[in-house]
Design a protein around this ligand. Structure first.
Ligand code: PLP
Length: 459
């Protein structure tokens, strides 16, 4: 039955609280777009128009839309048993955590299933702090994170990292014990390093310096994404992760890898950590674990870490009603099976490299592209107003708005904010032809935006 688009939009304008969106403006623009179906990397809206979903949901729909096998697995589980009584589990939940133990790097082996990325990170932080406490070391509570990273939206995780575009003042007061270190983003190295390698070494050294400054005996954990998505697909130099691992081990600090985005094939390996043989103590996962079919995530710890919670009176006092949900577990298992059986990790590596090459090609025509970066199916083009200073565009120019208008006109469901980092994370099943469609639409959009801003080819 056809959907009454206007009535749904009116309902949204009056009653729906959408993330990072002002409903007054949304109403003036005649939004929001109402989507009704999807297949692969594309979705169709209630007016019958088909769009490419450039960010695959929120960098989350790894296997693509319309995978009936996942829906059937979830349906079958819901029909047989939709939930579980307290202090019991289900086969689906156990098979999922067994699978996670098998495919995650290093010695990660025990999963605390949750419903999303913020819960996974929040859980990881609580595990890290209580791990030290359980071992009699109650002085360790500080958390080291990288400036500019995003790790979640809960009252604690929102304070980790700190993306400049997302103001934190609404959420004061900040928790105590947060230490910020530089982001190993070679394009904007805080140390002005001339090479990726130099930036990686300097940023890793800064981790040690900050720990020493704050007294390493008070530090509980370091958290970082193997490849920073909030920095627009910024890939650190090869020295970074081995050095950070060594520093954490040296000072008894737990290393938390936030693989909420980078997990499940996104970077061209099953987990981003694998690029540097990184063995985290705790890993946070979500998004690609179930490709957005239902909510799911997990905090996964090594047995060394989880082991301190074993024994009478040592239980981890933490939980969510929907954790280990059998329907989500069944869907997650089927999703991982598809990623493995259809070679989506490899497709992410191969087609992702092609995607990056095509974006690099655009640099010849568009002088406003200052940098193209990424690995696997996490790629980005950064727009700059000045190639020397690498400065973004003045907010008054409203470049994000101009870009968003262009993307919409050219068939992309793609929204950027800030001063112009085009970060793209489509479904891993994307083909080269579909990449071409995206790149062509970005090309056309850039021509139009440059025209409107009166920008010459040679910046
Ligand atoms: N960690 C990273 C790196 C993320 O990008 C996100 C969300 O985008 C989160 C954590 C939080 O995940 P969620 O939105 O599922 O709570």
């Amino acid at each position: 039955m056809a959907i009454d688009t206007e009535s749904v939009q009116r309902g949204a304008q009056q009653h729906l609280w959408m993330p990072n969106r002002d409903w007054t403006r949304m109403g003036e623009e005649g939004g929001p777009i109402v989507v009704v179906s999807g297949e692969g990397v594309k979705v169709t809206d209630s007016e019958g128009k088909t769009w490419i979903d450039v960010n695959g949901g929120s960098g989350s729909v790894n296997v693509g839309y319309g995978r009936n096998e996942i829906v059937e697995a979830a349906y079958k589980q819901a029909l047989t048993l939709s939930f579980r009584p307290q202090q019991t589990t289900t086969e689906a939940s156990v098979r999922l955590v067994e699978k996670l133990a098998q495919i995650t790097p290093g010695k990660l082996s025990r999963s605390f299933p949750v419903s999303g990325g913020s819960e996974a990170v929040e859980t990881a932080i609580k595990i890290a702090r209580s791990y030290h406490g359980r071992r009699g070391d109650k002085s360790r509570y500080k958390i080291v994170s990288r400036r500019g990273s995003y790790h979640g939206a809960t009252a604690a995780t929102i304070w980790l990292g700190g993306d400049d575009n997302k103001k934190r003042e609404d959420y004061e007061p900040s928790p105590t014990g947060l230490i910020y270190v530089p982001q190993p983003n070679p394009y904007h190295c805080e140390f002005g390093a001339q090479t990726t390698s130099e930036c990686a070494v300097k940023c890793a050294e800064a981790v040690e310096q900050q720990m020493l400054f704050h007294n390493p005996d008070t530090v509980a954990a370091f958290i970082g994404e193997p490849v920073s998505t909030s920095q627009g697909a910024s890939v650190p130099g090869d020295e970074y992760w081995p050095m950070v691992r060594e520093i954490c081990t040296k000072y008894g600090v737990l290393l938390i890898a936030d693989e909420v985005v980078t997990g499940f094939g996104r970077t061209g390996k099953m987990f981003g950590s694998e690029h540097w043989k990184l063995e985290p103590d705790i890993m946070a996962v979500a998004k690609g674990i179930v490709s957005g079919y239902v909510p799911l995530g997990a905090a996964i710890a090594t047995e060394e870490v989880a082991g301190v919670f074993a024994g009478e009176g040592r239980e981890f006092r933490h939980g969510f009603t929907n954790m280990g949900h059998p329907v989500a577990a069944a869907a997650g298992l089927k999703n991982i099976e598809i990623i493995e059986s259809e070679g989506l990790v490899e497709n992410s590596a191969v087609v992702g490299a092609y995607f990056k090459e095509q974006l690099e090609g655009l640099m010849l025509d568009h002088a406003i592209i200052g940098d193209v970066r990424g690995i696997g199916m996490i790629v980005a083009a950064e727009l700059v107003s000045d190639k020397e200073t690498k400065a973004g565009f003045e907010p008054d120019l409203k470049i994000a708005e101009l870009l968003n208008e262009g993307f919409k006109k050219h068939g992309l469901l793609y929204h950027v904010s800030g001063t112009g980092v085009l970060s793209m994370n489509p479904a891993l099943c994307i083909t080269k032809d579909e990449v071409d469609e995206i790149v062509h639409a970005v090309d056309l959009t850039l021509w139009e935006v440059e025209g409107k801003l009166g920008l010459a080819k040679s910046l």
